[in-house]
Design a protein around this ligand. Structure first.
Ligand code: DC
Length: 204
């Protein structure tokens, strides 16, 4: 059985939480595609040219996801993500993952538009920049980073602009995506809406 759930949207909107919950609920595999760009960003910060890094990426680069979830790596990821050759190097892996047997959930920025336009379910998960910055601040403080709301909001806005305005595979809702604005939703409500979208397509 091939069944792809494509989840796109800006940083800290809830894509990962929803993606993991939907994958667990239906027994699908889950890929956080942002980690691929973060791993390339990490290698760039360590001195490697981004295209070389993307071509040479191995599962080993993703073995410590928490180490890739810093603000510094997020910014580097957003910068390497504008390079068409970096995106091209990561394409086949993501496409194969999307169409694997047993079903897959991928979250990112261009899953429903570029990686898997044929996805059975497409969601665009968003929330106001202020809500997303407050969520991200909570995560960063819990992880022991010292920062404040103004800094995190500025980072979120800069990343949104870079991700949405780049020429190749910009962050945009697919025409046939269901938009979920999670600004005023609990996690349970957002997950329930995503699960309902999958169930309705499975029953179709
Ligand atoms: O989802 P995230 O915050 O971990 O993503 C980090 C960066 O990677 C994001 O700012 C843009 C880039 N990215 C992308 O361009 N395309 C994807 N499918 C996923 C992430």
């Amino acid at each position: 059985m091939r069944f792809t759930v494509a989840i796109d949207g800006p940083a800290a909107a809830g894509k990962g939480t929803i993606g993991r919950a939907v994958a667990a609920r239906f027994g699908f595999a889950h890929l956080d595609t942002g980690l691929l760009y973060r791993a390339v960003g990490r290698r760039m910060l360590d001195g490697e040219p981004p295209i070389t890094a993307a071509v040479a990426l191995t599962p080993e680069d993703l073995s410590d996801p928490d180490a890739l979830r810093t603000a510094e790596v997020a910014e580097a990821a957003s910068k390497v993500a504008v390079i068409p050759e970096v995106r091209a190097a990561l394409l086949d892996f993501q496409r194969a993952f999307a169409r694997r047997a047993g079903g897959a959930v991928l979250d990112g920025r261009d899953i429903g538009t570029v990686i898997c336009p044929e996805a059975e379910v497409k969601l665009f998960v968003t929330a106001s920049a202020e809500v997303r910055a407050a969520r991200r601040l909570k995560e960063l403080l819990a992880a022991g980073f010292e920062t404040d709301l103004g800094t995190v909001l500025a980072d979120v806005l800069a990343r949104d602009a870079r991700d949405a305005e780049r020429a190749t595979a910009p962050m945009v809702a697919a025409g046939d995506a269901l938009t979920l604005d999670t600004s005023e939703m609990s996690v349970e409500e957002a997950v329930a809406a995503a699960v309902a979208a999958v169930e309705s397509r499975q029953g179709a």
